[in-house]
Design a protein around this ligand. Structure first.
Ligand code: MN
Length: 203
């Protein structure tokens, strides 16, 4: 079962003015599509690994043959990361989480604002291409970290909850070198309902 490019759950221009239509078109149709194509290409002679979900494949990244491990770290990682990214954004998003997720954020980071500052700093400070992630481990512990390239939290047996893409392809057309401005705007499109669903499912 080859991976497939999931459709965006909203229009390309739906996240304007925070994320512009042209960036969304290129990011989804070209960049994400290329990760899917290259991951499928790496898996074409490996039916045993191709049958796994992308999450299980990434959890078992160390079991992959040397000949395809790097290609899948980058491209199955890219496919998984972007599949999450589109869903944890929505038009009219932003604000704060509620319920169990809000409680976990408060007890881990002290406050929502402290969490927001920490994830923003991790994403802003990621040297070169990568992501900022909020993850949860098997024990329910939250953690914020910057990840290089398309490395996936699943590779560390963590469940990704919130990911913010800080590859230049995610913001350069609108924000050029102003990554912090992109990050500030990005908080206006986060879909907390979806993040709360991911948190509940991870438990
Ligand atoms: Mn990207």
């Amino acid at each position: 079962m080859a991976y497939e490019l999931p459709p965006l759950p909203y229009d390309y221009n739906a996240l304007e003015p925070h994320i512009d239509e042209q960036t969304m078109r290129i990011h989804h149709d070209k960049h994400h599509n290329a990760y899917v194509t290259k991951a499928n290409d790496a898996l074409k002679d490996h039916a045993d690994f191709a049958k796994l979900s992308v999450e299980d494949l990434l959890r078992g990244i160390d079991k992959l043959p040397d000949s395809i491990r790097t290609a899948l770290r980058n491209n199955a990682g890219g496919h998984s990361n972007h599949s999450i990214f589109w869903k944890i954004m929505k038009p009219g998003g932003g604000g704060k989480p509620s319920g169990d997720l809000a409680k976990a954020i408060d007890s881990t980071f002290g406050s929502f604002d402290a969490f927001k500052e920490k994830l923003t700093a991790a994403a802003a400070g990621q040297f070169g291409s990568g992501w900022g992630w909020l993850t949860v481990d098997k024990g329910g512990k939250l953690q914020v970290a910057g990840y290089p390239n398309q490395d996936s939290p699943y590779m560390q047996n963590l469940t990704p909850l919130v990911g913010v893409d800080v590859w230049e392809h995610a913001y350069y057309l609108k924000y050029q070198n102003r990554r912090p401005d992109y990050l500030n705007a990005w908080w206006n499109v986060i879909n907390w309902d979806e993040v709360a669903k991911r948190f509940a499912a991870a438990k």
